[in-house]
Design a protein around this ligand. Structure first.
Ligand code: HEC
Length: 165
């Protein structure tokens, strides 16, 4: 099988599951090792991002901060081809990330986005944008904010909670 590397757009449409496993290793960094270990324990403990892990106020701040992203990902987060940017909401996006943690997604964004200005937001800004992405994908708000801490975010799995709690 051809390995769909970083071809924007196309990548997301094809072999989503396989790519979900390969993609994060493409831009590896020290912090990633610790967050992926953390995401293993997130699954073991069953704490889910679907249990209310950000607040509505935080997501509202995140929507503001997301202006740095709309140029490529669209105001509706549906993405586009010109300039290229994958959709950040919907089935395909959720399927790509469901086996990983909020921390994995946070690190991916904080290290590589905005693509034209990586690291351009504050860590708090990235946490806020992260909460906006959760909201836009239909995950419920809760009582406490997402912390700007990859280690803590690594404890929160993106898959819906299974069975107990
Ligand atoms: C200049 C265009 C551009 C801007 C601005 C931009 N992105 Fe991206 N983004 C891309 C492209 C292209 C990809 C896919 C290829 C890659 O990762 O380089 C991507 C990939 C992503 C992914 C991975 C999607 C997936 O399913 O794996 C996330 C998450 C993301 N961007 C979030 C953001 C956020 C949040 C911002 C704003 C802080 C942002 N991007 C700003 C172009 C952009």
């Amino acid at each position: 099988m051809r390995e769909p590397r970083r071809t924007p757009g196309v990548v997301v449409m094809t072999a989503a599951g396989l790519l979900a496993l390969l993609a994060p290793t493409l831009s590896s960094a020290p912090v990633r090792a610790s967050t992926s270990r953390a995401s293993m324990s997130a699954r073991a403990e069953g704490r889910s991002a679907w249990s209310g892990v950000y607040t509505a106020a935080q997501a509202a701040r995140g929507e503001e901060a997301f202006r740095a992203c709309t140029y490529c990902h669209g105001r509706d987060l549906k993405g586009g081809d010109d300039p290229p940017g994958p959709a950040l909401r919907g089935e395909i996006f959720l399927m790509r990330w469901r086996e990983r943690s909020v921390g994995d997604l946070y690190v991916r964004i904080a290290e590589t986005m905005p693509k034209n200005n990586p690291g351009g937001l504050t860590l708090q800004g990235y946490a806020d944008v992260m909460s906006y992405l959760l909201q836009a994908n239909g995950l419920p708000a809760g009582m406490s904010e997402l912390p700007a801490d990859p280690e803590a975010l690594g404890q929160i799995g993106l898959a819906p909670a299974t069975g107990a709690r």
